[in-house]
Design a protein around this ligand. Sequence first.
Ligand SMILES: [Fe+2]
Length: 157
Amino acid sequence: MASVPDPAVLTAAFPSLPRALKREMRSNHAGELGAVWIYRGVLEAGLPPAGKTRLAPLWRLMGFGLGCLPALLSPAAVYRTIAAVEAFVDRHYGDQLAALSGQRAFEPLAAVLGQFRAEECAHRDEAQAKGPARAGGPWAALVFQGSALGAALAKRI
Ligand SMILES: [Fe+2]
């Protein structure tokens, strides 16, 4: 996903769309779901079984909830959530890159992780730019700490 979508645009436009375009939106939904899984398929094929989480259904559910619940509230809630998740992801990849730093054998892996980190930081910056002026707050702290808890769990299971 190149950028953070504004769910309010779709919510506002959908009811007044002609039937054919409503069908087009449904095909977009299928396409976006498929696109996410194309990238996941590419990435997950590279990891041996020992490197994969066994809690994939939990992460799908948590991810969906973290997208859907704020989207039901407001675009500001979506941006606040994404900014908090990506702030955690920045630290997460940053820790891994620090652990890999100076190890020549792992330079290609560090390059890939650095690319992931840059993409997620771009999402964070975009969410911060589009989101409410007042960042942070209890929800952002909960999302950040919840992400940290999820990552800690995923390191073990
Ligand atoms: Fe992201």
